[in-house]
Write a protein that binds this ligand. Structure first.
Ligand code: DI6
Ligand code: FE
Length: 404
């Protein structure tokens, strides 16, 4: 099927000049792929001749499908109790040290059945899809034992197989120290490295991540996880410099990391390392907001160095219980002073790059026909609104997505 999608303002996100986009724009999709995109008046007769189906988008704004490149969507339970504790003065780090935090979610995740994990994660994924997400990264990291990490990654794959969204999975075995390894972090890192080959052989791992932080893993331990990833040819990412500067970014860049994420405490050396290795900076305003952080990521230094900036929900029960990608566009602007265009690039073109996906995130010939038609007059409205969902229609791999 070759479809002409016409009567739209098309924002391709294919380079900085593509803003706000083409009035009277049109897209021709051939199967799952974009064949042509441009102003309708410029549609070549040869392309027009092949069109078998036409859809009028009613003047909507069209953008690439959103890519949420950092989520922890699969877990049991929730942590509203900790939210309340923090409001009365406890800190995220003190709660973690007292055995709450990630560990409490690990206990709830281990206790949950596969079905319960799937049902909860699918409910969350539907919320993201409803706001225009067509590609979603899901990390493990709440199982922290081979069997439970595998269960979580299988649930993540099942989300991709059953819902209209492409799922990329990331193994985050080095997220926290599970209680059975208390006082033996190095032994647990050995265990994490030992889990990876079987998970990879089962096709469950697209990338490997770690949490390099005082309350999690040291740089030397992170290095060992990355070496295990490299031995299998898997790309790496890192939760880096979120609460303190551990120089995790420089380490990740040594391994050619796809992305370093959070980055509130990133140093000038870290910025330079990212620029050299072409690593994407993934900013997570939901976690910054929810933890009431005050140290801002060095956005201007990242810009000046030409580091691509992505934006994601970081959905997780402890620090970012966020299911609204559009709200993250808004917060990226209000909290981090991104422009609406930068924020949208952060959830399309740059997010795709943070996942190592060259076939999406921008609307251009040869790319996947993943796009969203929004009831807005200008794409900057996507970052301006707080609440309200202007999505009219999602097209994924060339076909209209039915509400899941
Ligand atoms: N950084 C975060 O913000 C989340 N994980 C991480 O490495 C927090 C996860 C949690 O608190 O459950
Ligand atoms: Fe995270």
């Amino acid at each position: 099927m070759t479809t002409l999608w016409r009567h739209a303002r098309v924002t391709t996100m294919d380079g900085p000049a593509a803003w706000p986009g083409l009035d009277d724009g049109a897209i021709v999709s051939e199967g799952a792929t974009i064949r042509w995109v441009g102003a309708l008046a410029a549609l070549p007769a040869s392309v027009r001749a092949g069109v078998t189906d036409e859809r009028d988008l009613g003047g909507a704004c069209v953008t690439p499908g959103l890519v949420d490149c950092h989520t922890h969507l699969v877990y049991g339970g929730e942590r509203a109790n900790e939210f309340e504790l923090r409001l009365s003065g406890a800190t995220y780090e003190s709660i973690a040290k007292a055995g709450g935090g990630i560990r409490s979610t690990v206990a709830a995740t281990r206790a949950a059945s596969d079905e319960a994990l799937y049902a909860a994660a699918a409910r969350r994924a539907r919320e993201l899809i409803a706001e225009g997400v067509t590609t979603l990264e899901i990390k493990s990291g709440y199982g922290l034992a081979a069997e439970h990490e595998a269960r979580c990654l299988r649930v993540a794959r099942r989300i991709g197989a059953t819902l209209p969204v492409d799922v990329r999975t990331t193994f985050l075995g080095a997220h926290a120290l599970p209680p059975e390894f208390e006082g033996r972090a190095d032994d647990y890192v050995d265990a994490v490295c030992a889990m990876l080959p079987a998970l990879h052989a089962e096709g469950l791992v697209d990338a490997v991540d770690a949490f390099c932080e005082r309350i999690a893993f040291a740089a030397a331990q992170t290095r060992r996880v990355f070496e295990a990833a490299r031995a299998l040819g898997l790309p790496v990412k890192l939760h880096a410099e979120q609460l303190s500067d551990q120089r995790g970014t420089e380490l990740a860049c040594e391994f050619g990391a796809l992305s370093c994420d959070h980055l509130e405490h990133l140093s000038a050396e870290g910025v330079a390392a990212m620029a050299r290795s072409g690593t994407v900076a993934v900013l997570l305003p939901g976690a910054f907001y929810f933890l009431r952080e005050t140290k801002l990521p060095p956005v201007q230094a990242l810009r000046d160095a030409g580091v691509p900036i992505a934006v994601a929900t970081d959905h997780n029960p402890g620090t970012s219980p966020v299911l609204s990608p559009l709200l993250m566009l808004s917060m990226a602007c209000t909290l981090f002073r991104l422009t609406p265009q930068e924020a949208l690039a952060g959830m399309t073109a740059h997010a795709a790059r943070a996942l190592g996906l060259a076939d999406r995130g921008a609307l251009r010939p040869g790319a996947r026909a993943d796009f969203v038609a929004w009831d807005v007059a200008h794409p900057h409205e996507l970052a301006y609104r707080i609440g309200g969902n202007p999505r009219r229609l999602t097209v994924r791999a060339g076909a209209v997505v039915e509400d899941p």
